[in-house]
Design a protein around this ligand. Structure first.
Ligand code: HEC
Length: 112
């Protein structure tokens, strides 16, 4: 009988461990969409996900490597992202957090 109680409590103990780990992981993933600026956040996203194909050295005509050019193309940029056209490879798709941050930035009139 004692053995079964032990297993019972062990199971609860392990289950509660797993739960608290998930909570920790979740809170570490919190997405900060407050006070998003180009220099603090957006530049990093676009540099990582877009600029390899959209700098002045590339040939498709859409330059996204600096603030002025990004703002110039911003409507099309959101259209491409939201239609899942850009980036062309889903392996570098923007995360949900990155999209939320970009939208928050746009709604705040795209602060530098
Ligand atoms: C692997 C290369 C690559 C990456 C990464 C990439 N693009 Fe593109 N993009 C292209 C090419 C090539 C074109 C032109 C041909 C086309 O429209 O498919 C293009 C076209 C565009 C256009 C113009 C589309 C039109 O027809 O009006 C926009 C806007 C754009 N990309 C935005 C982005 C954004 C924003 C990102 C990052 C989230 C991104 N791209 C990432 C290769 C890339």
């Amino acid at each position: 009988m004692n053995k079964y109680f032990f297993i019972f409590f062990l199971t609860i103990f392990l289950a509660s461990c797993t739960n608290s780990n998930e909570e920790d992981a979740f809170s570490n993933n919190d997405c900060n969409t407050d006070d998003v600026s180009y220099l603090s956040t957006v530049r990093q996203i676009v540099n990582t996900k877009c600029v390899s194909c959209h700098s002045s050295g590339t040939t498709n005509g859409i330059i996204l490597e600096d603030y002025d050019n990004l703002v110039f193309h911003i409507q099309n940029v959101f259209f491409q992202i939201n239609s899942d056209l850009m980036p062309p490879s889903s392996s570098i798709d923007l995360t949900e957090c990155e999209i939320n941050q970009m939208e928050s930035w746009y709604e705040n009139e795209m602060p530098l």
